[in-house]
Write a protein that binds this ligand. Sequence first.
Ligand code: CA
Length: 229
Amino acid sequence: MCAKILIVEDEAKIARFIELELGHEGYETQKAYDGRSGLNAALGGGFDLVLLDVMLPELNGMEVLRRLRAESAVPVIMLTARDTVMDKVSGLDLGANDYITKPFAIEELLARIRATLRAQERTGASTAAALNCGRLSLDPTRHSVSFAGTPVELTYKEFLLLQTLMENKNAVLSRETLMEKVWGFDYLGETNVVDVYIRFLRQKLDSAFGVKLIHTVRGVGYMVKDEKA
Ligand code: CA
């Protein structure tokens, strides 16, 4: 099956270059030159992946991603000229599957596209039973989390991190494993992103409800455990 990819990029030459390269690889493509038409096209559905530039007219890429994620889980790879940890963190937290900095080698982009599509196939095939850890409950299908019946609002990446920890309840996961599972196995970012998101989860769960669910295992990583009675 040939994957269909939406290219949202206002620089016509870059968009055309990507279109030609993807076409050469056998992908079907469509282009949009501003954020608003890109969002509309993406929401129209039918795409297996979206390449989304950050600096766009009408709506910037971050805003497009924010609005897209409210309705769609289509994989997104962000394209940007910027290269700071904060941009990576905010893009990934808004639910981007990966991030590539311009200028990039086309081989690197193609590798990331293949990796993202493969990861999507794996996720799509997995079943989605509700996960429980003491009074904490996570429903992958409805993308909802609650503690003792009280809903907890989590961002996209916080949710994925908690889901990964709960799927491996009572087992320690290393930062590298969490990076790989939550941020994508070819994500070349810094593992301290994991620590930042563990802190966010602790604020929203442990601190908010006065419990200890997320445990640090010194020198190894993190785990969630049932509350002590
Ligand atoms: Ca641009």
